[in-house]
Structure formats: C-alpha cells, structure tokens
Design a protein around this ligand. Structure first.
Ligand code: MSP
Length: 650
C-alpha cells in the first residue's frame, strides 16, 4: 500500500477571522501535504472550525444572532480564505456537523463504559477566551488569565470528570518511548514537567450554558468544548475505509499556546477511547508565535493585517515563501513587510528569477528556434550535479522533520550554485569560440537543475514552480501516488525540447513601489534612509595622468561565496571570481549592509593589484571592492549582466 500522510491544523475558533497567525499554520500544513504527495505518498489535509462553547455562544449573543446561523456565517470565511492562499485542504470539518456530533457522542459512551467518567461538582476558575480551566496557582495576581490577561470566572456546577490523573504514568511512558511525540524538544520538556507536576481529573461537561454537544443520557450537560474539538481530527476519518487508512495522524500542527490540550489531554482521551499506543497520532508539532512588524498580534492588529490583502499586494507564493523561509519553524518570529520585500528582491528576483532568465536567454540565443547539441559532461557540470543531489537530500530531510525553513535554505544553495556555475562555465564564451556542443551541454545541465528546483520549490510556491516549468517547456507537476518524484538525481531533459513563452517571474519591487504597496495596506512606508554626509572629494585633489589611472587593475568580479567573520561585526570574507584559476580571497567591510547570501552572484568591481592587507590570523585580503555610502548603508559599484568575470575596467 502506498504510504499515507495525514496532517491537521487546529480547528479554528469562529469568533475571529482568518489572520496571519492562523494562515501561518494552514500554509505550513499545505506545504507538508504537497511535499508528501511529491514523494509519492497519499496525503490528507484536514482543517476546519471549532464552533461550540461559551465563547462562541457569547459572541453570538453580542451579535444578537441565533448561535447556529452565527456559526454557519462565521465559519465560511475560513473555508473560503485558505484556497485563496493556495491551501488545498481535503476536508473542512465543522464541529457542528451532525455526523461529528453523533460520533463524539459514541466516543463519550465508550469512555464512560471504560469507567473513565464520573459525575462530580466542579468548583474553580475558567478563562472563557482560552476555554480552559485554571488552578489558583496558575492565574496571575488579581485572578487574571496568564494568556489573555483578563479575570478568570469562578465556576461552581455539576460536571462529569475525566480520570486524567490515572493516565499520568502512561503519558510519561509514551513521552519516554517516543520522544518525537512532541516537537520541538523544548516543548516536550515543558509537557513532561507539567505531567510530572501532577495531573488532576478534568472537568468534561458544563451545565450553565447549552451551546455544545449534549452529553448522551444527561442532556442538561454539554461536553467541554475541547473534548468535542479534539475529536474533530478523528471523526471525519471514520466515515469510509479509505479515510480510516489515514489514521493515525502523522502530525498535528499547532501553535505553542494549545500544547497542553494536544500533548496531554488528547492522547489520554484516545487511550481511554480504546486506542493502543500505536494508534495515537505520531507527532504534535508546536510552532512559535508571529509578531507583525515587531508588534504582538493583538485582536485589532489581527483584523487589520489581512492575509489575503498581503497576498494581493505581494503574491500568494511570496507570502508563503516568506513565512516558511524567514521564520524558523518552531520558534517565534516576526513578519516584517520590509524584510519581505528585501527577501523577495534578493532570493526570488535576483537569485531564482535571474537564474531562469539568464539561462533561457542564452538558450534562445544558442538555438534560435532550432535544437541544441549536447556533449559530454565535464567536471564543472558533474560538480553541480553533486550539489543538487546533496541539496535534494537535505531539503527532503528538512521537510520530513517539519523544518521548511531549512529545506528552503538547502534549495537556495543550489540556486546560488547554479548561478555560479553559469558564471564559471560561461556558455557565452563557448558560443563565441564556436564550441556549440559545450554551450549546449552547459545550458542543458542548467535547465535540468532548474527543473529539479521547480519540483523542490513546488510545496511552498506551487504557481511559481509551474511558471518555471512552463518556461522550460515542461508540463505542470502532477504528483503520482506511489512514485517518488523528488529530484534526488538530475532530471533527464530530452534533447530538442522547446522552451515555453518567457515571463518575468519576480519583477523587482523598487522603493517607490514598495512605498505604494505598504500604503495600500495601511502600513507606514519604511523610513527614508537618513541622508548621510558624503565625504566630498578633497578640494583640489591632484590630477592624475591616464598612465597613473592605468596602473590600477580594475576588473569585474563575481562573488562566489561570502561568509561572516567570527568576532568581526563589520567584515565579510568573500571569494570573488576575477577570471583567475581560483577565486580571490577578499575581506570587505560589508557586513552591516548586506547578508552574505545576498552577495553571492553579484558582479562587483574589484581592484585586483592592491597590496594584500592582513585582518588578523589567516585573514588576508587580496583585493578591494568598490562601494559608496556609510558602512551601514553601502551601495556596491556593480557591473551589468553581460560583463564577464575578469573583464578589465578601462
Ligand atoms: N479552537 C482551538 C483549537 C482546537 S484544535 C482541536 C483554538 N483556535 S484558535 O482559533 O484560537 O487558533 C489557535 C491557533 O491559531 C494557534 O494555535 C496557532 O496555531 C494560530 N495562531 C493564532 N495566533 C497566532 C500568532 N500570532 N502566531 C502564530 N500562530 C498563531 O485554539
């Protein structure tokens, strides 16, 4: 049987609208689904809405609406928003679905028959916003909920209790035996210490409101909303044998705020309902929280920053790329719109878009409508093939480990390597000397690597992947169940395959456009760079003769690699191809203005005959780049795309 992958998002409360935080989880779930499909697995992606409970009942009352129709109305934006962010869920569950309610009732009876429920009376604290019980100890001074900072409510009422305390040992042994049950590890440690601290039985029903699934045989009670909601991961999967085959879930993606419900209550409920340890979900992955332009996502901010508006301004794939690349999955992170534009221009435009463009332009030139000869691969071509295989392996491992940011990092290493490959292999030079087979081989190799890149970016950027493919003359990707389509080896491109129509992939966002886009989103534009005093040319600088000038060996250089220098904040250690056998080691004070990866592939101007300068142990610079501006706002003097590495500047 083809292996199966089942992923879920939290089932979102409907008193809110889809926002950047919930979009983040949903996009991550979609990325994993698409990735696993490409690997030949059958994948199933479930999301939905959590519609019961006191919080929703009160929201409906505030809106003066009948709660059932309020729920139907408020659920709809979720159903509609996700596909517009290219999130193709396979099933959208609503906790008010009749089938779900019926099945949760049956599960309740099973748990009761097991002897895990008893009728008692609950007296304690409850935060309606969390829909969670708190002990006095857990509340902050003034009886305030630690998450929402609002006073918790005192509840005294009859309640069915779940014998959670009786599950402590089984839970602890589950975490011991299966440490990846909760990820990242820091979260597992939190959960363990919570359970070790002693579990109390859990109040599982309420009588003071009625908006919930009625308790079988005792309809004065409605079930605790989290009991009903957690089972919505399971109930839709029970309806057909095909769906059943997806259970247990491979990963429940959640935010760190709802870890306890998923890592403690949920496995205990499932064990109580008769599941074996093997039938429990394989992993609960808790990601971090997002801030937006450095601000906490308060309810007001959540309502202003609409994911669809962001996607409209910058493109769906850009938003998906940024969320998956800029924020380490599992850590808190900031969604910074200006950083997004920076990454768009650098990673998407300069690195990937430019690579495609350069290769296709050369192919057009070389073939001018005809076919292209392809010869034997040389060392340089095989080295690129090696880079691709290594990146495909690391990217797959990263996606498997729910680390999309690492996967993208690995993929962009091949993008950079392919840009360098084109610089070094210089197909234009082969054309010039009439070696058409060599030029054809280089371009063929580059197109094959681009094809592999189109596959690897597809989980995150499905429409850009298709656009790359169309331009390469390839069909859209259609994952085939049972066939691993991941490019562990370089794809084989048939000779003579025609290119599709060219289209710019990621046109550069210039500062004026950036300002416009930000304003259209109601955001303030980036502060204009403070005008730095530019040191004026010394008055009366002595004239030089042309011969003096000609003493300078100024050349076009292509940055091959760039790294930070430990302990030196301002310095980057570069290797720059200036047309010599080996790239030149150059140490430059660029670190306050550029990220190292931004520089790779940039065509700079180098003074090649400057005396070497030492910057400390083993750190000698054999040249200098030309630049202007203050050290934290430098602009590099660059050469146009036609200039080749090593070309003399005269
Ligand atoms: N209904 C419950 C979940 C039940 S699951 C059986 C719930 N819903 S929620 O609408 O409040 O969604 C919470 C989830 O939204 C978080 O766990 C997280 O996935 C996401 N986020 C909400 N705000 C967020 C950020 N600012 N940043 C990242 N994710 C955030 O809890």
């Amino acid at each position: 049987m083809t292996s199966r992958f089942y992923v879920t998002t939290p089932i979102y409360y409907i008193n809110d609208v889809p926002h950047l935080g919930t979009a983040y989880t949903t996009i991550a779930a979609d990325v994993l689904t698409r990735y696993h499909r490409l690997r030949g697995e059958e994948a199933f992606f479930l999301t939905g809405t959590d519609e019961h409970g006191l919080k929703i009942e009160r929201s409906a009352q505030e809106a003066k609406a009948d709660v059932r129709s309020f729920a139907a109305r408020m659920s709809e934006p979720f159903r509609q928003t996700w596909p517009q962010l290219a999130c193709q869920y396979d099933y959208f569950v609503r906790t008010t679905d009749a089938d779900h309610e019926k099945r949760v009732g049956e599960i309740w009876e099973k748990i009761k028959a097991k002897g895990d429920l008893y009728l008692g009376s609950y007296e304690g604290w409850y935060c309606v916003n969390c829909e969670a019980y708190y002990t006095e100890k857990e509340l902050e001074p003034g009886g305030v909920c630690p998450i929402h900072k609002k006073p918790a409510e005192r509840i005294v009422e009859p309640s069915y209790f779940f014998r959670l305390a009786a599950y402590s040992d089984r839970l602890l042994s589950l975490y011991e035996k299966n440490p990846s049950f909760v990820a990242p590890t820091s979260r597992l440690n939190e959960v363990k210490s919570f359970v070790r601290g002693g579990l109390e039985d859990l109040s599982l029903s309420r009588t003071t409101f009625s908006w919930g699934v009625p308790v079988p045989g005792d309809p004065k009670h409605v079930m605790y909303v989290w009991f009903d909601a957690l089972f919505s991961y399971l109930t839709p999967m029970l309806v057909t044998p095909e769906r059943r085959s997806f259970w247990p879930a491979n990963v429940h993606l959640i935010g760190k705020d709802i870890l306890r419900f998923h890592a403690v209550y949920w496995p205990a409920f499932l064990l109580s309902a008769g599941m074996t340890e093997k039938e429990l979900p394989k992993q609960i992955f808790a990601h971090g929280f997002l801030t937006f332009n450095g601000q906490k996502m308060s309810k007001t901010l959540r309502n202003t920053v609409k994911p669809l508006e962001l996607a409209q301004a910058f493109g769906v794939d850009t938003i998906r790329y940024y969320l998956m690349r800029a924020i380490a999955f599992g850590q808190d992170g900031d969604f910074d719109v200006n950083d997004l534009v920076g990454r768009y221009n650098a990673d998407l435009g300069n690195a990937l878009g430019n690579l495609l463009n350069r290769v296709l332009k050369q192919v057009e030139k070389q073939t001018s409508g005809g076919t292209m000869p392809v010869g034997k691969r040389e060392e340089l071509d095989l080295a690129l093939e090696g880079e691709l295989a290594a990146a495909a392996q690391s990217a797959a491992e990263a996606f498997d480990a729910v680390q999309p940011h690492r996967a993208l990092e690995a993929i962009w290493q091949v993008v950079a390597a392919t840009n360098q490959y084109i610089d070094r292999a210089a197909p234009w030079a082969a054309i010039k000397r009439g070696d058409m087979a060599r030029a054809g081989t280089i371009l063929h190799t580059a197109m094959e690597v681009l094809e592999a890149i189109s596959v690897m970016i597809a989980p995150v950027m499905p429409s850009s992947a298709d656009s790359v493919r169309t331009q390469l003359g390839l069909p859209k990707l259609t994952p085939t169940g049972g066939r691993d389509g991941w490019p562990f080896t370089r794809p084989q491109r048939p000779e003579g395959l025609r290119l599709g129509a060219a289209a710019p992939l990621f046109p550069r966002i210039e500062p004026d456009r950036q300002k416009e886009l930000l304003q259209s989103l109601g955001l303030s534009a980036p502060e204009p760079e403070p005008k730095k005093e530019q040191p004026a040319a010394p008055p009366g600088a002595p004239r030089v003769t042309y011969d003096d000038f000609a003493k300078l060996d100024l050349r076009v250089g292509v940055v091959v690699s760039a790294e930070r220098v430990a302990g030196k904040d301002k310095l980057l250690s570069l290797r720059v191809d200036i047309g010599e056998a080996e790239p030149r080691p150059i140490v430059a004070g660029l670190a306050l203005s550029f990220r190292p990866e931004e520089l790779v592939g940039v065509r700079v101007v180098v003074i090649a005959n400057l005396e070497p300068r030492s910057f400390g142990k083993n750190l000698v610079s054999h040249g200098m780049l030309l630049a202007t501006g203050a050290s934290e706002a430098l602009t590099l003097v660059t050469a146009g795309p036609a200039a080749q590495a090593g070309a003399k500047i005269k």
